[in-house]
Design a protein around this ligand. Structure first.
Ligand code: SF4
Length: 356
């Protein structure tokens, strides 16, 4: 087993990518990078990471920021609960631990948004504590290495994968080792067409040695991803546009958006837009035309969004759903954090307004 670990560490030493968070031993920066890297690819994360740590170089800066500043820096990265939790957790680290990230697994794990993965990654990389990480890359490597028939996406299999990862961990260099397994999964033991001939684990890999790499990892049947039809209105009143803020918790919580909602079966999208705006913000509006149609995929569903330009007709804003609202000038929109489905059409909207 030790020979296998040494081979992997030697491979990592030579092949690892130079990434900005690997230049730092600061637990806060490692924490930020690991939170961003959950669900998001490295190339996407790099510019966000640079901007984030430039704006909040230490935990106390993040702790004392407004949630909206944090969400603005996260805009486009998705999974915004990560940002809200990181912000709240930084507040606790600042208040309860005097700005020092707790080195105890149990203490760190209690912070908002810190699950087993983040705790193991940060504590092993920053403090050399012997906790194995388990993410999609690690599970794939383990499933192939041992030719495991357990589906990687089955919660019941988690304990077994966790035990295997812990068994494989090199406890003398846990931070390096964890990164080495994940790097192998990202660069060599990739989901499709892994480079087994260039793999330091090839001689010990059951799937490779038995010619069954393509069979692993096993998965349950993929679930169908539903498609929702959404109607959204850009409501204009003189030189201002109406935007609303979603409640702090839940999907896209705390972000701003143009009001709207789901189109009912058989309902024309323009009528759904008028109805949703009346229900959500109590305004009567008239649809002027279709600005554009946007498609966007979330993890568990996809949306097709019809974006209408609307004229304010009557009413006073009374919120039923959103947490807040603003009538903003077009040149103020950039100050607000929006979800990706909205930022996809905002440039088009601003260009259309500029032409008028
Ligand atoms: Fe993955 Fe191939 Fe290496 Fe096995 S030999 S761990 S399947 S890359």
């Amino acid at each position: 087993m030790q020979a296998l670990r040494n081979a992997l560490l030697a491979w990592y030493e030579t092949n690892r990518r130079r990434l900005p968070w690997r230049e730092s031993a600061d637990p806060y920066r490692i924490w930020v990078s690991e939170v961003m890297l959950q669900q998001t690819q490295v190339a996407t994360v790099i510019p966000y990471y640079h901007r984030f740590v430039a704006a909040f170089p230490e935990v106390r800066h993040l702790a004392r920021a407004q949630q909206q500043e944090v969400l603005k820096l996260w805009e486009g990265l998705g999974y915004y609960a990560r940002a809200r939790n990181l912000h709240r957790a930084a507040g606790e680290v600042d208040r309860v631990y005097g700005g020092r990230i707790p080195e105890s697994f149990a203490e760190f794990r209690k912070l908002p948004g810190v699950g087993d993965y983040i705790a193991a990654a940060v504590l092993s990389i920053a403090f050399q504590q012997p906790y194995a990480v388990l993410d999609g890359n690690v599970k794939r490597v383990l499933a192939r290495l041992q030719a495991l028939d357990l589906p990687v996406d089955q919660p019941a299999a988690l304990r077994r994968f966790r035990a295997l990862a812990q068994e494989l961990l090199d406890t003398r260099r846990p931070g390096e080792f964890n990164q080495a397994v994940m790097e192998l999964g990202a660069l060599v033991c990739t989901p499709r067409q892994p480079d087994c001939r260039g793999c330091p684990l090839a001689t010990a890999c059951t799937a490779f040695q038995s010619g069954r790499v393509a069979e692993y990892p096993k998965r349950r049947q993929p679930r169908a991803v539903p498609l929702y039809h959404i109607a959204v209105g850009v409501v204009r009143r003189e030189d201002r546009l109406l935007i609303t803020r979603r409640k702090s918790e839940g999907l896209l919580g705390g972000l701003w958006e143009f009001p709207g909602g789901k189109v009912k079966p058989g309902e024309p999208a323009a009528e759904a837009c008028v109805r949703e705006i009346a229900e959500e913000v109590n305004l009567q509006v008239q649809v002027l035309g279709l600005l554009t149609r946007v498609r966007h995929a979330y993890t568990h569903f996809r949306i097709r969004m019809d974006v209408f330009t609307c004229r304010f007709v009557a009413g006073e804003v009374r919120l039923n759903g959103p947490a807040d609202y603003r009538w903003v000038r077009p040149n103020e929109i950039d100050a607000y954090p929006f979800p990706r489905a909205n930022t996809k059409f905002i440039p088009l909207l601003l260009a259309a307004l500029a032409r008028e």
